[in-house]
Design a protein around this ligand. Structure first.
Ligand SMILES: Cc1cc2nc3c(=O)[nH]c(=O)nc-3n(C[C@H](O)[C@H](O)[C@H](O)COP(=O)(O)OP(=O)(O)OC[C@H]3O[C@@H](n4cnc5c(N)ncnc54)[C@H](O)[C@@H]3O)c2cc1C
Length: 407
């Protein structure tokens, strides 16, 4: 077994790992990044439709889910969205602001990854790809060379043990295995007695097995603005119909708050009291049909599907012949469509993983574990999950930064 010595070994070359690595190296630490894949930053390249929604102008702790909702505050304050934007501007990254303060690369996520790789190169970070971290050994008492940990890694047929002073676990979470999704970080944590918060797929589309599926299939590819509510949270955004069920930003956002078996409420006309609107239309346009007046607020294809299901008896009647209770009933359905997803699409398509290494075991100021000096957890492996909109990458940068400053 060959022995190599570094001050800090970072496990995983994703967003949080690369950021932690060059931050520590800029402080003079000798840093090694071990990445299982053939290249670093694969999720960054695929994110935001290839343009990486790398942060948000409006970062607040309310945009994050965690058993301890205060945990994320310190890191987000120590390294803010403004700090990250300044770093990108210093490198001349072209970016654009989209709605809700979301910042995206103008050209390609490749440009952002190139900046992170350049920072690593400038700070002389060593990066070993095709290096699968298998286990972590905590040395009972620090060795003469100062090593506190040995990281055991498989590189092809070769098993290597890297001795180091500090370890930063940045192996990410379960989402999208083809982009590096991995449970290794959780195993490393439990092997050392650290608690986990139960994990589930987040920012993920819903599937249906009831009558809703036929409706979604018929409308697959079309979208409409809605307010999606569940578990005391609501998001007003676009909803997309798919061959499996529902997706789009409103659905991805609310999926973080959904539990199996729970009912989802969709307001299809969020800016409108639909019942009052229909009664007013009955007075103003008594000869018109429901489909005509609703087309001011809903896509025609959606109305065509809904009228056969929700108001077949009223579909061909002029509004004057529809009684008020029936119109109010249609309005209520439009404002509060009750849906029971059969499941989410799971980790195959989820953008994030909810839960993870319990924040109770980690210092919020440094990301160092309380029980194991020199062992840090950063990024998505922790029980901190952001809303859609650049919050997850900001968490990766901020948590990576504070670990890099203290490793
Ligand atoms: C399709 C998609 C699009 C997304 N778009 C956005 C977006 O636009 N904005 C946003 O804020 N968030 C987005 N996210 C979420 C964001 O990508 C993650 O929250 C973020 O990448 C987490 O960073 P991380 O460094 O913790 O983990 P990752 O970026 O997943 O990095 C973990 C790294 O560890 C490596 N690894 C795993 N196991 C081992 C092992 N045993 N040994 C060595 N290496 C290992 C992996 O190969 C990987 O490179 C998206 C996610 C997906 C899946």
């Amino acid at each position: 077994m060959a022995g190599l010595e570094f001050d800090v070994v970072v496990l995983g070359g994703g967003a949080a790992g690369l950021f932690a690595a060059f931050t520590a190296a800029q402080r003079g630490r000798r840093v090694l990044v071990l990445e299982r894949a053939n290249k670093v930053g694969k999720k960054i390249l695929m994110s935001g439709g290839g343009r990486c929604n790398f942060t948000n102008l409006f970062i607040e702790s309310q945009n994050f889910l965690s058993a301890n909702t205060h945990f994320c505050k310190s890191a987000l304050n120590q390294y803010t969205q403004w700090d990250f934007i300044a770093l990108m501007e210093q490198h001349g990254l072209a970016y654009e602001e989209r709605k809700h303060g979301q910042l995206f690369c103008l050209e390609s996520a490749k440009d952002l990854l190139a900046i992170l790789e350049e920072e690593c190169a400038l700070a002389q970070v060593s990066v070993h790809t095709r290096s699968d971290v298998v286990s972590l050994e905590s040395l009972a008492s620090p060795a003469r060379d100062g090593a506190r940990y040995v990281v055991h890694c498989a590189a092809g047929e070769t098993q290597i043990g890297y001795r180091c002073h500090s370890v930063i676990v940045a192996t990410g979470a379960l989402s999208v295995p083809t982009l590096g999704g991995s449970d290794r970080g959780y195993h490393l944590a439990t092997d050392l007695g650290l608690p986990l918060v139960e994990r589930s797929a987040g920012l993920v589309p819903f599937m249906f097995s009831d009558a809703t599926l036929a409706l979604c299939t018929a409308l697959a590819g079309s979208s409409t603005p809605v307010e999606a509510s569940c578990g005391g949270m609501s998001f007003t955004e676009d909803m997309l119909f798919t061959h499996r069920g529902l997706s789009g930003p409103a659905i991805l956002q609310i999926s973080n708050y959904w539990q199996p078996g729970a009912t989802l409420t969709i307001d299809l006309v969020p800016s409108l009291d639909a019942g009052e609107f229909l009664l007013a239309q009955k007075r103003a346009n008594p000869k018109q049909r429901l489909r005509t007046v609703l087309s001011q607020h809903l896509p025609k294809a959606l109305i065509a599907e809904l009228e056969t299901r929700w108001w077949p008896a009223q579909a061909e009647k002029p509004l004057a012949e529809c009684n008020d209770a029936a119109l109010r009933g249609v309005g209520e359905q439009l404002n509060a469509w009750q849906l029971k997803p059969s499941a989410t699409e799971g980790y195959r398509t989820a953008e994030v993983t909810l839960g993870g290494v319990a924040t109770s075991a980690v210092s919020s100021k440094t990301m160092e574990t309380l029980a194991h000096p020199g062992l840090f957890f950063v990024g998505e492996v922790l029980d901190v999950t952001g809303h859609l909109g650049g919050f997850n990458f900001q968490w990766a940068w901020s948590s990576g930064y504070v670990a890099g400053m203290n490793a």
